[in-house]
Design a protein around this ligand. Sequence first.
Ligand SMILES: [Zn+2]
Ligand SMILES: [Zn+2]
Length: 347
Amino acid sequence: MCTCQSCRKASCCDASSICMYITITIIQVGTACLWALIIFPKIHLLNVITSIVLTAFFALSLLYEMSCFNVTVFSDPGSVPEWWKELALPVWQQRAQARILTANMARGAPTLQPTPSTSIQTVDSVEEEQETTLQQFRGDWSNTEGTDAFERITWCEKCQNVRPERAHHCSVCDICVLRMDHHCGFVSNCVGQWNYKSFLLFCISTPIAALFYIAGAVLAAIQVFKIRSDSTKSFFILLPLLFWAFILFILSVFALSMFIDSIRMTQHNLTSIEDHGARLESIEVVKDGKVTKKQIRGAWDEGSGTQNAIWVMGRDWCGRINPFSKPRIPFDGLYYPHPPDLLPLRH
Ligand SMILES: [Zn+2]
Ligand SMILES: [Zn+2]
């Protein structure tokens, strides 16, 4: 278990996570070194302007990719805040007690009253706290009056505590993660509510940076063949360039496939966990007095890819491409309205 106070994950400091982080960093730094030592000098001889422009694009794309990677690795994927647990736990305890009483009554058994030592709050105080939490949640989200923020909370057997809907327990990190997608071995971290955006940006920036590298390597190879008559020397110069291009190509194909699959799920506001078994269905939406039909998939699909993207990318378009900014989303990942109830209100 990691001993640092800021990190409650079990996986961040184990040997395999450190090895994977070092491997990815070596690939990134190695790509930059090969460019600086071999590719840039060669294409500079070929064409000065091309070398400067291509180097600028390559450097920017690689720096961006490294930023997205490090943000995904080191950010909190979505641990459940303690203040939320303190508010939700009494609600869960009340429901559990109500279920026990109902079951006892159904069996005809004597009903058990809570003892004075039981730390269960009164209904009034719980409702008061729920209302305060809802006020915190609502913010500028105006169409959710009367929403019960604790309606669909669940219980984690591993953490022995409450958790919001869509939160899942990661057995590797040993915590519950908000809107958990999966535990990613490449970034040695869970991909959840708060680092899903940087993960998507990492997945798309990897093939972009690789594309610039491969373009540079091809131009460098042309220059090598132009000036060298000795094919053996040319081969030994080109070998590391082409070997590296091959590694980057394989990683890019994998990253791109992850990106495409993640975008497909984001379009329906689904995670990898929820994607299994989610069915496509048709709902009716009232817009300007007219009833229109929309195709939705899963319980949180709002029928619009743009609207669904808000839940992982935030509303701000500049923020969507900034890996360092935390996406600003309704309810801070602690509550997700079920759209069929809300669609008629939003349109
Ligand atoms: Zn848990
Ligand atoms: Zn995890």
